[in-house]
Design a protein around this ligand. Structure first.
Ligand SMILES: Cc1cc2nc3c(=O)[nH]c(=O)nc-3n(C[C@H](O)[C@H](O)[C@H](O)COP(=O)(O)OP(=O)(O)OC[C@H]3O[C@@H](n4cnc5c(N)ncnc54)[C@H](O)[C@@H]3O)c2cc1C
Length: 366
């Protein structure tokens, strides 16, 4: 039973946001940017944000060359370029809002590993020309000289495609900074508060109806629990991190197989993730648990690409759930006169979260 005071002070908001990941927190900040007077509450199911946003690999990336070539084949040039532009603008907004130092953003550059001996340099020139209007500079470069420096297996790695524009960040710091910003703006963040139902007045949490004029749903892969008709497919991502490695030469973010595999240095450790394509069907799940087949594959790939005198010792492994669909475009739209949805950020959500959240906030005012 609620008291008069609780009803006065805790129950009603102008805007309720469901989900406290990058998208939900960014949407809340944008609502306040647009109208600081509005009251905003975020409901997050986990004790802290517990979706993909706190589980990811911390790549501040916009797509590797092979990934963009594949996207172009499926979507056409204009749509591929629009994907890249949205990611780039999202990264700029994230860095501007939070500050590079705060999120431990480091521009070590990104690399794609090429295993194919038939790779043509021309591919780089063609893509660079298409990307020029977005970046105003050359994006990809050949860097075969670095294969040895990074101690890659030269029998397998035939070339490296380098981009100086890619960076890496500390995922935990990024999320902490978003939460700090939200708190500074007077936004209420309820954690351990799973929305059970969306009602015609607001949302039900722990059998209490919280009221709002508008609701923004940012629950990504978990959305079907509250909106069963939304077209979203969960995709689990697996990651593991090694113990510190003495004299590690590796520095930067690395991708291969059209972005299905990725690894980076975290200080003097290596983080490696991906492999969803090994077991596509089984990985279409919202269960946050490890798939041993993929975990073994990740370690074996690391040993093959970077054979080391010493064994790689895995310190920790984890999984997170991404939201996918028929194409790579996020869904940001109004679904009725009081509900906006912002979801389906796929595997490049660090880049997309800020702008997707911002678009959701703008739609809420229309
Ligand atoms: C292993 C892994 C590695 C990745 N690596 C990268 C990377 O390096 N670079 C990159 O750009 N992207 C990466 N991604 C993708 C990126 O993390 C996501 O696209 C992004 O975090 C999605 O953010 P979101 O806020 O939309 O969703 P989420 O972070 O999933 O947030 C949704 C939130 O909603 C909450 N929620 C769900 N249901 C309810 C409910 N009923 N009530 C209240 N709250 C609810 C959840 O607890 C969750 O916190 C990776 C993802 C994974 C899993």
């Amino acid at each position: 039973m609620l008291s008069f005071w609780e009803k006065e002070s805790f129950i009603s908001y102008d805007i309720i946001i469901i989900g406290g990941g990058i998208t939900g927190l960014s949407a809340a900040i944008s609502v306040k940017d647009i109208n600081p007077k509005l009251t905003v509450a975020i409901f997050e199911a986990g004790i802290f944000p517990s979706g993909a946003s706190t589980k990811n690999a911390g790549f501040a990336c916009f797509g590797s060359l092979s990934e963009l070539n594949s996207d172009e084949k499926i979507l056409g040039t204009d749509k591929m370029l629009s994907l890249v532009e949205n990611r780039w603008k999202g990264l700029e907004l994230l860095r501007k809002r939070l500050g590079d130092k705060q999120i431990e953003f480091q521009k070590f550059g990104g690399y794609e590993l090429v295993f194919n001996t038939n790779f043509q340099d021309e591919e780089i020139q063609i893509m660079n020309k298409k990307l020029k209007p977005i970046f105003g500079q050359e994006v990809y470069f050949n860097a075969p000289n670095l294969i040895k420096k990074f101690q890659f297996n030269q029998e397998i790695v035939k070339n490296l495609i380098f981009t100086p524009l890619e960076g890496q960040l500390h995922t935990g710091s990024m999320m902490q900074e978003l939460i700090k910003k939200v708190t500074r703006l007077g936004i209420v963040l309820f954690t351990n508060s799973k929305v059970e139902t969306i009602t015609s007045n607001g949302v039900i949490v722990n059998n209490i109806e919280f009221k709002s004029a508008q609701t923004i749903v940012c629950t990504n892969a978990f959305t079907k629990n509250i909106l069963p008709d939304v077209d979203i497919i969960p995709g689990r991502g697996q990651v593991c991190i090694t113990k510190p490695i003495k004299q590690l030469k590796l520095k930067g973010t690395f991708h291969f197989d059209e972005g299905y595999y990725y690894f980076r240095n975290v200080g003097n450790r290596i983080l490696i993730g991906g492999g969803r394509n090994l077991d596509f069907k089984k990985e279409q799940t919202t269960k946050i648990e490890l798939n041993n087949k993929i975990q073994h594959d990740l370690v074996s790939k690391l040993k093959t690409i970077m054979p080391s005198k010493d064994e790689y010792e895995i310190d920790h492994s984890w999984a997170g759930i991404m939201g996918f669909g028929k194409d790579k475009f996020p869904i940001v739209k109004r679904i009725d006169n009081r509900t906006v949805i912002a979801l389906k950020l796929g595997g490049i959500g660090i880049a997309l979260g800020s702008t997707v959240g911002h678009t959701a906030a703008e739609i809420t005012f229309n």
